[in-house]
Design a protein around this ligand. Structure first.
Ligand SMILES: [Zn+2]
Length: 101
C-alpha cells in the first residue's frame, strides 16, 4: 500500500468512525471481473467486501483515488444505503474536509 493511500485510508476511517475496522486493499485483474449486465469480462471495478464483523477488503482493478476510498468506506459505514446516497455523501465529504497528508 502506498503512503498516500495508507494516509488517506486511516484519515477517512477515523472521520467515518471506522477505526476499529481492519481494512485490506486487494488489487485484482479486470479479467476476474464479470459484468452480468453486459455479459462480458475485463471490466474495471472497485468494491468493498465485508469479511467479518470489523474486517473488510476493498477490491480494485485500478489505482485508488481518494474519492474511491471515501466511497467504499461510506458503503461500509452505511451498508443499507443505496448507491446514489453513497455517491452524494462521498461528494459532500470530498467538499467539506479533504485529507492533506
Ligand atoms: Zn458504490
Amino acid at each position: 500500500m502506498s503512503e498516500r493511500v495508507e494516509g488517506q485510508l486511516s484519515y477517512w476511517q477515523k472521520t467515518l468512525n471506522l477505526s476499529d475496522y481492519q481494512i485490506i486493499l486487494e488489487r485484482i485483474s479486470p479479467v476476474q471481473v464479470f459484468d452480468a449486465d453486459i455479459d462480458r469480462h475485463k471490466n474495471p471495478f472497485i468494491g468493498v467486501r465485508l469479511d467479518g464483523e470489523v474486517r473488510a477488503t476493498i477490491l480494485h482493478t485500478r489505482l485508488l483515488e481518494e474519492e474511491d476510498i471515501i466511497h467504499e468506506l461510506v458503503h461500509l459505514a452505511h451498508w443499507d444505503w443505496p448507491e446514489e446516497q453513497v455517491r452524494q455523501e462521498t461528494t459532500r465529504l470530498m467538499v467539506s474536509c479533504n485529507y492533506h497528508g
